[in-house]
Design a protein around this ligand. Structure first.
Ligand code: PLP
Length: 348
């Protein structure tokens, strides 16, 4: 290794699910929502001449719309380029004690990547054999706690009392609850934000609002947390939120009816599909998300994944200990799931 290379910050990057460049595939691998953004977003005609200007660095229009929606003041809202950006900023801002931060061993696989990137020590706390978190495992001295609720890729949600117990027992550190999937059936921790100044709740427009391509995420927390986050963000890049994201994001959040109707379609399709595949020898934990975490009683997941791909259906397979016999299947439209079911019926 050359001298300069010895001083490179070396990271093993997060590997997102494939975005295939093939037409006519059924894409059930990255938990996108198949229904697309609200018609209010599609109807907007943006004045492209405005792009000559920098966007509002505070993204105030979007922050205010999100604050209104959740019934909180705007000083409790931070927005970022997808929740990945919000989470990365939060790691950088809050996890500086030098102590191990805690998150489940089976969880969103970006957490250990950010920890490594920022040289934050961490401990991956094993979930039990049913993939449940054990809250007492988090009642130890630590440098911070983060977990998704519902968890990914397991789809399992824990009740609000469970989340509160973890926050209550960790008031010396920041606790981040990643609610990327909460709209599909989880119980939100937002009511706890006024009670615990160390709680940060992170949300995204990518899943339930079907706007993954626009990259909008946000956090809600005590104004002090938000101020610290903003200070770091403004020290990194003032203009993270681009102008179209701010404009389209505001319209999306105003269309409650469309949001509700598409989320309930996903939930309905999920429950129907779950009951159908259970007849074929599949099992999966109860899902509170827009995906199912499935395993079959005889066909290995890896083989299922490969055969589905050959048939033009892409799901997510994690070649990792404990979950290498599971597939994470995003809930698509009813039509897509019917095609996938037909494929599974022939295979089984
Ligand atoms: C999808 C996802 C995110 C990231 O979503 P963005 O598109 O960056 O907003 C964060 N956390 C979990 C658990 C996710 O599944």
């Amino acid at each position: 290794m050359t001298a300069w290379e010895a001083n490179v910050r070396k990271v093993v990057p997060y590997v997102p699910g494939e975005q295939p460049k093939i037409d006519n595939i059924i894409k059930l691998n990255t938990n996108e929502n198949p229904y697309g953004p609200s018609p209010r977003v599609k109807d907007i005609v943006m004045d492209m001449d405005k792009l000559k200007l920098y966007p509002d660095p505070a993204a105030s229009a979007l922050v205010d719309a999100i604050a209104d929606y959740h019934g909180v003041t705007s000083d409790k809202v931070f927005v970022g380029v997808g929740s990945d950006d919000v989470l990365a900023m939060s790691f950088l801002t809050f996890f500086n004690s030098g102590k191990e931060i805690l998150f489940p061993d089976i969880t969103y696989s970006f957490y250990d990547v950010w920890a490594d990137l920022y040289k934050i020590p961490y401990k991956a706390v094993p979930v039990d054999e049913d993939f449940r978190l054990n809250k007492e495992d988090y009642y130890v001295d630590n440098g911070g706690v983060i977990f998704p609720n519902p968890n990914a890729p397991t789809s399992i949600a824990e009740p609000l009392s469970f989340v509160e117990d973890i926050v209550k027992n960790n008031q010396d550190v920041v606790v981040i609850v990643d609610e990327a999937y909460v709209d599909f059936g989880g119980e939100t921790a937002l009511p706890l934000v006024d009670k615990y100044e160390n709680l940060l709740v992170v949300r995204t427009f990518s899943k339930s609002r079907s706007m993954a391509g626009l990259r909008i995420g946000y956090a809600i927390g005590n104004p002090k947390l938000i101020k610290y986050l903003s200070d770091v963000k403004y020290s990194f890049n003032s203009y993270t939120m681009n102008m179209p994201s701010i404009i389209y994001g505001v319209e999306s959040i105003k269309d409650e009816e469309y949001f509700r109707s598409t989320v309930s379609k996903v939930v309905e399709t999920r429950e129907w599909f779950k009951s159908e595949i259970e007849k074929l020898g599949f099992s999966c934990p109860p899902s509170s998300a827009n995906f199912l975490f499935v395993t079959h009683n005889s066909i290995p997941a890896k083989e299922l994944f490969a055969k589905a791909r050959e048939a033009g259906i892409i799901v997510r397979y994690f070649n990792k200990p404990r979950i290498d016999n599971y597939l994470r299947v995003t809930v698509g439209t009813r039509e897509e799931m019917e095609k996938f079911l037909d494929f599974l019926k022939t295979l089984c």
